[in-house]
Ligand binder design. Sequence first.
Ligand SMILES: NC(=O)c1ccc[n+]([C@@H]2O[C@H](COP(=O)([O-])OP(=O)(O)OC[C@H]3O[C@@H](n4cnc5c(N)ncnc54)[C@H](O)[C@@H]3O)[C@@H](O)[C@H]2O)c1
Length: 352
Amino acid sequence: MKRVIVTGSAGLIGSEAARHYDGLGWQVVGVDNNMRRTFFGGDGDTTWQRELLERDCRAYRHAAIDIRDRAAVDALVAEIRPEAVIHCAAQPSHDLAARIPFDDFEVNALGTLNLLEATRRNAPEASFVFMSTNKVYGDGPNRVALTENDSRYDFDDPAYANGIDESFGIDQSKHSLFGASKVAADVMVQEYGRYFGMRTVCFRGGCLTGAGHSGAQLHGYLSYIFKAAAEDRPYTVFGYKGKQVRDQIHSRDVIGAFDAFLAAPRAGAVYNLGGGKANSVSILETIARIRDLTGHELAWTLDETNRVGDHIVYYTDLARFRRDYPEWRLTMSLDAIFEEFARVAFSSRSAA
Ligand SMILES: NC(=O)c1ccc[n+]([C@@H]2O[C@H](COP(=O)([O-])OP(=O)(O)OC[C@H]3O[C@@H](n4cnc5c(N)ncnc54)[C@H](O)[C@@H]3O)[C@@H](O)[C@H]2O)c1
């Protein structure tokens, strides 16, 4: 039986991965200490997801260890000797990082190093999949010329007609402390591929989404905005007139990319991974879509101060990943993603 260690297994991407590989008959060991609750309070609590995994999966084993605990991480990898490590545990918020710089760096950078080194020592043949972020590009994408229409900004430079690719520079821009700690981890993951020849990949995610998210105000915007709409919570849009654009990729399609990589791993690979231009949406368009789908008018206000270093427009150029893994497909369109959220977020409302 193949074995995989999934970190952040009660989070959005980790839980989707755990369920998927369990379904394929792998032994899945999930690492998650519910630190998302410490970061974001009750909205971020992932206990429900852990309980579902333990209830529904065939042979899921949970290890509530902290990836900052080097000895515990090493002991776990030595015990399991996995064929794959899928590393999704993180402090994931751009904004929160400035308030907790040591926790942010220790989880994102040192935690990743703990996992890389434990894998090199105990399972050097394993594939190592790391969820990185488009925030490694800092606010560099904001320097691309833009156009503006009634509902969104867009890239005006034909060089970026299909989005941001992996050749975009990652230094000399403002990242937020979160972006900087993820850059540290991203470069370290690449280095274990290039220096030690390990099969590592960094997936630099756009907006990763899906109903498995424990959306909170500071992270998981689509999940949170639906939660706010369904529970009549007031919603604040930060800056850019609500015309900021993000590309949405469903967690299921992220796992499809992991599958493709695990079937044909490379050393030191780097890919941007998102929904691409077709799955891009602005906040104003999100609010209009929620209205059209659910008939519900979100109570929102605009705070004109944008989040520090926040992208104005970001969507992913998927060309490199599609070239290397042509069998991979995006299966969840923007419509399908919104319909899933409308169903899940509003089901308890209609039952009430
Ligand atoms: N969701 C997005 O829009 C997005 C976008 C780009 C990149 N990413 C990256 O993808 C990865 C997964 O994101 P997600 O949305 O699933 O995040 P998530 O917060 O839903 O899941 C992360 C999980 O890691 C756990 N965790 C945090 N610190 C831990 C620690 N020290 N030890 C053990 N477990 C810990 C949390 O409890 C949480 O359940 C992260 O690396 C994130 O930076 C996410």
